[in-house]
Design a protein around this ligand. Structure first.
Ligand SMILES: Cc1cc2nc3c(=O)[nH]c(=O)nc-3n(C[C@H](O)[C@H](O)[C@H](O)COP(=O)(O)OP(=O)(O)OC[C@H]3O[C@@H](n4cnc5c(N)ncnc54)[C@H](O)[C@@H]3O)c2cc1C
Length: 369
């Protein structure tokens, strides 16, 4: 029997394990943290309802808030998207990680070992045995990828986010995105209400080395709209982190597969990695199952996930490359044009938060999202 070793118990590692367990194949999961929810709050959880349903993640008990729309602020103008129903959720990342872990633990198929960092030497030794399959689900700075010489991820976003209580929130069901390449070069800032009085403020910047994400964050909270939201608010916690925003050119070799952030399976437009990461993790588990039961080559993983999801992720990269260099004047013009020709109402009706390709398809077929 082959041994399946998963490095990393984040969303991707646990999505992989739960799909593999559905096929009745056991695996071992190693993570350097103390438990599955430690540090999960470093990242946000703004997730489309449709994406969550497609991913099969059981999320209902982890919902903090529901969103019906969003406002994009850029170049001193705004564009608003809204639905008359819930389109996305703010998910409590700690609760989500804990509930995924609890379910796997109860199934008694995946064996967890926490506080265990897998070293390069251990990885090389494990890979020498052809009966071992190694799953690199070890996040943005993947030791698995570097140990086995996978091509580098070319672009990262550095993030800084904080959660405040007692904030002044006008409408708790809208997320606000702020594009200003002078404040958040190469990415954007966000304000995502967790409840009527609690809000998450965050920034991402492209990793150019000129400023760090905390400096960008300090500048962002001094902008007028954020200042008003945070007037009298109390800081609860803050964190810096990192998001890969380009796909790794190769994600599989003879007996090693990369999934999630380790593979760069992230929407470059927004930095969202949960939906595509978990969908690709499920694809990986299906291939591993077929490898074990009927000798399907593991390399099929590369073909399968790229065929299903890489075009969508590529379009996200193109959109990111476009907006990441716009000046305030260009943003101002773009938003004026978008509002004038009714892009706001088109996206409100047909927009798919996860996929530009589906959005275009929905518009062409007049299929409401
Ligand atoms: C500020 C911020 C906001 C975000 N907001 C969103 C959002 O709103 N929506 C969304 O979809 N996505 C969002 N993301 C992205 C999302 O959080 C990630 O794409 C997702 O968590 C990646 O999951 P993963 O399992 O691939 O990696 P990770 O969650 O990074 O898990 C990797 C795990 O591997 C472990 N590990 C690493 N190396 C080793 C080793 N050598 N041995 C053992 N264990 C190891 C780590 O301890 C870690 O637990 C955000 C990210 C950030 C930083």
């Amino acid at each position: 029997m082959k041994r399946v070793i998963v490095v990393g118990a984040g969303i991707a590692g646990m999505s992989f394990a739960s799909q593999l367990c559905r096929h009745g194949i056991p695996c071992e999961i190693y993570d350097s943290r103390e438990n599955a929810s430690e540090n999960a709050e470093r990242a946000s959880g703004i997730l489309s309802k449709k994406g969550l349903e497609k991913s099969g993640i059981k999320y209902k008990e982890s919902i903090e808030n529901n969103l019906i729309g969003g406002v994009v602020h850029a170049g001193g103008r705004e564009i608003m998207f809204k639905k008359n129903h819930t389109v996305a959720y703010i998910i409590d990342r700690k609760k989500l990680a804990q509930s995924m872990y609890n379910e796997l633990k109860a199934g008694n198929c995946a064996k967890f070992k926490f506080m265990k960092r897998i070293s390069r030497a251990e990885l090389l030794e494990l890979s020498n045995d052809n009966n071992n399959i190694i799953i690199g689900a070890d996040g943005a700075v993947s030791t698995v990828a570097s140990t086995f010489g996978f091509p580098k991820i070319e672009k990262y976003v550095l993030t800084y986010k904080a959660v405040y209580s007692k904030a002044k929130i006008k409408n708790a069901h809208y997320v606000h995105l702020f594009f200003d390449n002078n404040v958040t070069p190469g990415f954007f800032g966000w304000a995502a209400p967790h409840s009527r009085s609690s809000i998450e403020i965050g920034v991402g910047i492209e990793s150019s080395g000129k400023i760090n994400s905390r400096q960008a964050f300090k500048k962002f909270v001094e902008t007028q709209i954020i200042k008003e939201m945070l007037n009298g608010a109390k800081l609860e916690y803050e964190h810096a982190s990192i998001i890969p925003i380009s796909i790794r050119k190769r994600t599989c070799n003879e007996n090693v597969l990369l999934i999630g952030d380790a593979a760069g399976q992230v929407k470059a437009t927004t930095g969202g990695g949960i939906i595509f990461g978990s969908l690709c993790a499920k694809t990986a588990a299906d291939i591993v199952y077929k490898n074990i039961t009927c000798n399907m080559p593991l390399q099929e993983y590369e073909k399968h996930w790229r065929r299903r999801y890489a075009n969508d992720l590529k379009v996200h990269e193109i959109v990111h490359n476009f907006y990441s260099v716009l000046t305030s004047k260009q943003f101002r013009f773009l938003i004026w044009v978008a509002n004038s020709i009714g892009v706001d109402s088109l996206l409100s009706k047909y927009g798919d938060m996860d996929s530009w390709l589906s959005t275009i398809n929905n518009i062409l077929l007049r299929k409401r999202y």
